[in-house]
Design a protein around this ligand. Structure first.
Ligand code: GDP
Length: 622
């Protein structure tokens, strides 16, 4: 990074797209797209793959920009001054100079937050939970099957053929839990729901094929989730295997093999025969030993649904991964908006069990409805409590449904007339054939007035799909369909999220509607809502400004959030904002109740120890 100007991108001599850019703590999707000379839609699509819904106008944080950049082959750097400041901060907090690891995102899942609240003394080591990812046909299923079959300590000889979503094996008297759904779709969809079950990703790479598109995707997903990666270099038995080439490709993806002085464990295996698999398992245990995955077997019991279905004979069966506490037969549990009392519990071999502790996968009977994979289950006191919790959640959901998310709609636009700044109406267009798509898009793009511009984000042929609706959600767009249908998943999703789908068969009718609508577009109204308080415990002077070492008293502190400062209940600093938010040496987007953090306010001149920083969030009220 050699730039002196923090806001300018580093340009290559050739007029090619930039390969290195500088991004501050936050940047809008649109600005980042401009900076790296890409379509914002490409960025939104990648974010969606990570389960992040970021409208075009939304700000993403630096960490997210780094990950996006990696996907697109662009290195995203901090401005130099930021790094200097970060170092200064580390020195202050730790009393020494330290390496600043700015990349690892801190997004704690609900389960992690619960475990964090357990008393240190109650925590015990738990088996690691491993997911197997990699490109299609590289041998994920073969590897998972081999490991499951050869679990000698499991006792049962080759009896199990049914997949239950997860299984456990014992190696050197230690257990390892494997998620039995190869591939990153399951992994990602769980993450999109906020579930974080995986500790270690075994990345299967075929030695005869190397790093392929899905390998790269898997690496990005694993990195985004902040989990450890161990590479299983598979198919080394093949004549055309080329391990060295693959290691080089891995190094190019940021996974420098240990053998080459890096940190990534790469184990050559033949999943088909089991060669090297013992070593792979031992390495998983080594990583677990280093990382010390812990939970409290006697604590609040909760975990994640791995998979669930309706069995014709047994009713609802669900495979759960216990992540804290010990789940017992007879327990009442709540999962999302359903609940049940556990009638029976089975281990992955199908044996009846009475209880299951942290990292154990169990299949249970007794839920009233089929929950979704990735949903969190929690034990409650009894059935009455379970019913009460579920009723509350159902009521909340009903309230939310009654007040649908305020999305852009054409009628709305008209009602929200306001002569002010220029506004953009984002559209996603579908038509039945190329011959109609072009005139439809052209005529839409020609519509404008002084205040409103039309931006066609995506134009494609064929029925309106669910991914169109997701894109519309992410970019606050309206979907226009011309002589096309709407597929079922898209209709359901649009209904739920309040995305407007307008269908036309006649161009002039479409133009008339859109013209009518853009003749008024109201400024949305935002109000500040208090979202959390942090007490200033200690102040540290920086070259520029002041860092406050704080304890979050309630709610959450968010980076970039508007803030004010209270002293004995009196307002002493108003209209400031959280400029920097750090936990230990890392920049974080959010810090919740009970955690310490470092806060740098935009205006901190008069800050004193004992002050309370009140942080707010702008919410759209109209
Ligand atoms: P997945 O799509 O990643 O789950 O891949 P599979 O496990 O279905 O494997 C794809 C193909 O590769 C199958 O035909 C396997 O028999 C074969 N295969 C898997 N592992 C090995 C291996 O170590 N050596 C050889 N020669 N073939 C393998």
């Amino acid at each position: 990074m050699a730039t002196k100007n923090p806001t300018k991108k580093v340009k290559e001599a050739a007029p090619a797209r930039p390969t290195e850019v500088v991004v501050e703590e936050y940047i809008t999707v649109r600005d980042l797209a401009t900076l790296i000379e890409r379509s914002p839609i490409d960025l939104i699509k990648i974010l969606m793959q990570f389960g992040i819904m970021a409208p075009i106008t939304h700000s993403i944080d630096h960490d997210t920009a780094v990950i996006l950049g990696e996907e697109l082959g662009v290195t995203v750097n901090w401005p130099e001054t930021e790094e200097e400041e970060a170092e200064e901060f580390v020195a202050l907090e730790e009393g020494e100079e330290g390496e600043v690891r700015l990349h690892k995102p801190e997004r704690k899942s609900y389960v992690e937050q619960v475990i964090d609240k357990e008393r240190e003394a109650d925590l015990e080591e738990r088996p690691p939970v491993v997911a197997v990812l990699g490109h299609v046909d590289h041998g994920k299923t073969t590897l998972l099957d081999y490991i499951r079959k050869t679990d000698v300590a499991g006792g049962e000889a080759g009896g199990i053929t049914q997949r239950t979503g997860a299984y456990q094996v014992t190696v050197n008297d230690q257990k390892i839990t494997f998620l039995d759904t190869p591939g990153h779709e399951a992994f990602t969809s769980m993450r999109a729901r906020g579930a974080q079950v995986t500790d270690i990703v075994v990345l299967v790479v075929a030695a005869d094929d190397g790093v392929m598109p899905q390998t790269k995707e898997a690496i990005n997903h694993a990195k985004a989730a902040g989990v450890q990666i161990i590479v299983a270099l598979n198919k080394v038995d093949k004549n055309n295997a080329n391990p060295d080439r693959v290691m080089e490709e891995l190094a190019n993806e940021g996974l420098q093999p240990e053998a080459w002085g890096g940190e990534t464990i790469v184990v050559p295996v033949v999943a088909l025969t089991g060669q090297g698999v013992d070593e792979l398992l031992e390495n998983i245990l080594v990583v677990a030993e280093l990382e010390q995955y812990k939970a409290n077997p006697g604590g609040h019991c909760l975990g994640t649904v791995i998979e669930a279905e309706l069995d014709k004979y047994r009713g609802v069966t669900a495979t759960l991964l216990v992540q804290n506490g010990t789940l017992k037969q007879g327990d009442s549990i709540v999962v999302g908006r359903t609940w049940g009392r556990i009638k029976a519990m089975f281990d992955p071999e199908g044996e009846t069990i009475k209880s299951a502790g942290p990292s154990a996968p169990v299949t249970i009977l007794g839920l009233n409805e089929v929950p979704e994979a990735g949903e969190i289950f929690e034990r409650v006191k009894n059935d009455r409590e379970a019913k009460r919790v579920v009723e509350e959640r159902v009521a909340d959901a009903a309230r939310a449904a009654q007040a649908p998310a305020k999305r852009m709609s054409l009628e709305d636009l008209f009602a929200r007339i306001d002569a002010g700044e220029t506004k953009t109406l984002n559209l996603i267009v579908r038509a039945d054939m190329q011959g109609t798509l072009e005139p439809v898009v052209n005529s839409l793009e020609e519509i404008k007035n002084e205040e409103v511009e039309i931006d066609v984000l995506q134009a494609a042929i064929g029925d309106i799909s669910e991914s169109d609706v997701m894109l519309a959600e992410a970019s606050d767009a309206i979907i226009i369909g011309f002589s096309v249908g709407v597929d079922k998943a898209a209709a359901v999703r649009a209904e739920q999220s309040g995305i407007e789908i307008r269908r036309y068969n006649i161009i002039y009718k479409m133009i008339e509607d859109v013209e009518d609508a853009i003749n008024g577009m109201l400024e949305p109204v935002y109000e500040n809502f208090v979202i959390g308080h942090a007490e200033v415990l200690k102040l540290f002077k920086l070259r520029r400004g002041m860092i406050a070492g704080c304890m979050v008293q309630d709610g959450a502190i968010k980076r970039n959030a508007p803030a004010r400062v209270l002293r004995n209940g009196e307002l002493v600093i108003d209209n400031t904002k959280v400029d920097t938010l750090r936990r230990f040496e890392e920049d974080v987007a959010e810090v919740r109740t009970g955690y310490e953090c470092g806060i740098k306010l935009a205006d901190s001149r008069d800050l004193q120890e004992g002050d309370v920083i009140e942080v707010m969030e702008q919410r759209r009220v109209r």
